[in-house]
Design a protein around this ligand. Structure first.
Ligand SMILES: Nc1ncnc2c1ncn2[C@@H]1O[C@H](COP(=O)(O)OP(=O)(O)OP(=O)(O)O)[C@@H](O)[C@H]1O
Length: 267
């Protein structure tokens, strides 16, 4: 367990695998608000990292800043060993292709069916025949547990769970090394959420995928995540296993991980 944002550099990385996301001294915010300040965080190859914290602590801002969608004010971010700020356009494009993202709202294009949605990143980055793209997209659709006939459905015809799975299929379109998920189980019923957690765990294990998951979902943290990073006071307050969270003495961490809802999970 590490606390106070001092993650110890590569300490333990050998056992866990390479560091694939390395954030050091990150400061980010909007106008006169500082949301993240001097934040350090590592994510290791093949792990499912859950990022949790009270509402408004900056979890989504962290995810979007790592992806370069929000400019940072200070610090360094390396993804797969490349600092995207200083990398040239070709290196940035190469890294871009190795990342998949599922935003909170799923963000499927409403005018495209599921198959076409999954093919959007393929069209953008790969030069493949239509037949090959169809085959690949159908494979991704199957991989996320959607039935084959979901391919021709439009987003308006999908349930919440199917929408998340379709978004995940699109995030997996280019066989990424890292997938970023922003509250993937929000809006799902408990069974749908549990199924999705299982899917994330299975995909991570079978594909060696690294998952960076922002979540409020205690079940996800408990069942799908290998490691948890708690955001508070503009930084990573503590990172470690679920069991480490139970021992950490901080008001929010205590009430979140040892509160009434948590008791059902840890009992
Ligand atoms: N585009 C923006 N412009 C100005 N302020 C923003 C913007 N995006 C986020 N913020 C602010 O940054 C802070 C962190 O927001 P963020 O969405 O990262 O929180 P969060 O931890 O993901 O919250 P939640 O759990 O409720 O989704 C909030 O105070 C929010 O109002």
């Amino acid at each position: 367990m590490n606390t106070n944002g001092t993650n110890g550099g590569t300490n333990g990385a050998g056992a866990r695998g390479d560091v694939v996301i390395r954030v050091r001294g990150l400061t980010a915010g909007f106008e006169d608000t500082t949301v993240l300040e001097n934040l350090d965080l590592d994510s290791y190859r093949g792990e499912v990292l859950g990022v949790v914290g009270a509402s408004g602590t900056g979890k989504t801002v962290l995810l979007r800043t790592i992806l370069g969608l929000i400019p940072k004010r200070a610090g360094t971010i390396e993804i797969l060993g490349v600092d995207l700020e200083t990398a040239d356009a070709d290196a940035r494009e190469a890294i871009d292709q190795r990342l998949g993202v599922l935003f909170q709202q799923g963000a499927l294009f409403s005018s495209l069916n599921v198959l076409q949605n999954v093919q959007v990143p393929m069209r953008e980055h790969l030069k493949l025949s239509a037949r090959m793209m169809d085959e690949l997209a159908r494979l991704k659709i199957e991989m996320v547990g959607l039935p084959p006939d979901a391919a021709t459905k439009f987003p308006s015809e999908l349930s919440g769970g199917m929408t998340k799975r379709a978004g995940l299929a699109r995030a997996l379109a280019l066989d990424p090394d890292i997938v970023f998920l922003d509250e993937p189980t929000s809006g799902l019923d408990p069974i749908g959420a549990a199924d999705f957690d299982e899917l994330i765990g299975t995909l991570s294990e079978s594909l060696g995928l690294t998952v960076f998951m922002v979540t409020h979902d205690l079940d996800s943290l408990h069942t799908a995540c290998n490691r948890i990073a708690v955001l508070a006071d503009k930084r990573v307050l503590i990172e470690g296993a679920f069991s480490d969270m139970l021992e950490f003495d901080h008001p929010w961490v205590r009430s979140y991980f040892r509160g009434t809802r948590a008791r059902g999970i840890t009992a």
